[in-house]
Design a protein around this ligand. Structure first.
Ligand code: FUB
Length: 323
């Protein structure tokens, strides 16, 4: 089924970048909340000028969706200047954590965390961003052994290319990304037991092709751009992401949460609109791909979240139709 044929989850607000999780048997979706703006589309992503987050929930896919209202607002976050982009959530020891990127007051993207006693929030932000965090699109993953990880990164407007030296280099922004050598790697860090900080160093998430070579920077059909997600299927770790300017959702498979990962294929062809972003979750015995397109507005920055069932073939490959 084409993405445009799928109904948006909600139509009373614009939503994007859906991170879906099952908490206590119920499906929760943590999206971006897109807003109208006069800012013209540009490669920096200035038109994505979001100011708050809403949490959505449903008992099952296809059932009524509840919007729990504002879960966190920009003005409540002491360090944030603008642009609340794609968030994610996790739970540990009875608390719920909302991870979110924002530009700080100097215009540098950092990742923050906010805490609640309930999955729908509201969430109380920590006063500072996570120490050592940078760039955008945090995706949390709690493994079966209880260890938690945060994946992140996004190039171009997401500024990942500015961090190759370990320090923020504004000058590196102008090149957007190098076109030779290996592609820029997304990042992963283990989370501390209290989920509020990184436990150890930020590591590269390396994606090899099937010949064992790291994906090349020029390989725009397969290289990582933004929108990291991690899920586990049949004991394998699936790292999925957007290729940005070529508009695919792709995945790579590994034997542990840190990788390395081997490129596995495409999950979704380009949808209507420039960005594509997703999450993958199991609920009531079925696997779902949450994603977005612009079918509700026709505008790149006013998106709507959708969901479709996905399947695995006997080799563990992801398919949008059963095989
Ligand atoms: O929503 C703003 C940005 O657009 C996200 O952070 C990216 O992943 C893209 O979907």
């Amino acid at each position: 089924m084409a993405s445009t044929d799928i109904k948006p989850l909600v139509t009373h607000i614009f939503t994007a970048d859906p991170s879906a999780h099952v908490f206590s048997g119920k499906l929760y979706v943590y999206p971006s909340h897109d807003v109208s703006t006069d800012i013209k589309d540009n490669d920096n992503g200035d038109q994505y000028a979001m100011n708050d987050y809403h949490v959505l929930s449903m008992e099952e896919v296809g059932g009524p969706v509840t919007d729990h209202g504002v879960a966190l607002a920009l003005e409540e976050i002491p360090w944030a200047g603008k642009q609340l982009w794609a968030p994610d959530a996790a739970t540990r020891d009875g608390k719920y954590y909302l991870f979110f990127p924002a530009r700080d007051k100097e215009g540098v993207f950092r990742i923050g965390v906010a805490v609640s006693d309930v999955p729908e929030g509201p969430f109380k932000p920590e006063p500072e961003p996570i120490e050592g965090s940078f760039s955008i699109d945090p995706a949390s993953f709690v493994d079966d052994d209880g260890e938690a990880y945060l994946y992140f990164g996004g190039i171009w407007g997401g500024q990942l290319q500015c961090w190759t030296s370990g320090e923020f280099d504004k000058a590196a922004y102008s090149g957007m990304e190098a076109q030779s050598g290996n592609a820029l790697y997304p990042k992963v860090a283990k989370l501390s037991k209290d989920m509020l900080s990184f436990d150890g160093v930020v590591q590269d998430v390396i994606i090899f092709d099937k010949e064992g070579q790291p994906l090349a920077a020029s390989d725009h059909d397969r290289r990582f751009f933004e929108a990291a997600w991690m899920h586990k299927y049949n004991g394998k770790y699936y790292f999925s992401y957007s290729t940005g300017d070529t508009h695919y959702l792709c995945y790579a498979v590994g034997d542990n949460p840190i990788g390395p990962f081997t490129y596995g294929g495409r999950i979704l062809e380009p949808v209507q609109g420039w960005t594509t972003h997703h999450s993958i979750v199991e609920h009531k015995g079925k696997w779902y791909l949450f994603h977005h397109d612009t079918s509700l507005s026709g505008k790149n920055h006013l998106r709507c979240v959708k969901v479709t069932e996905i399947f695995y073939n006997k080799d563990g490959e992801i398919k949008v139709t059963p095989s």
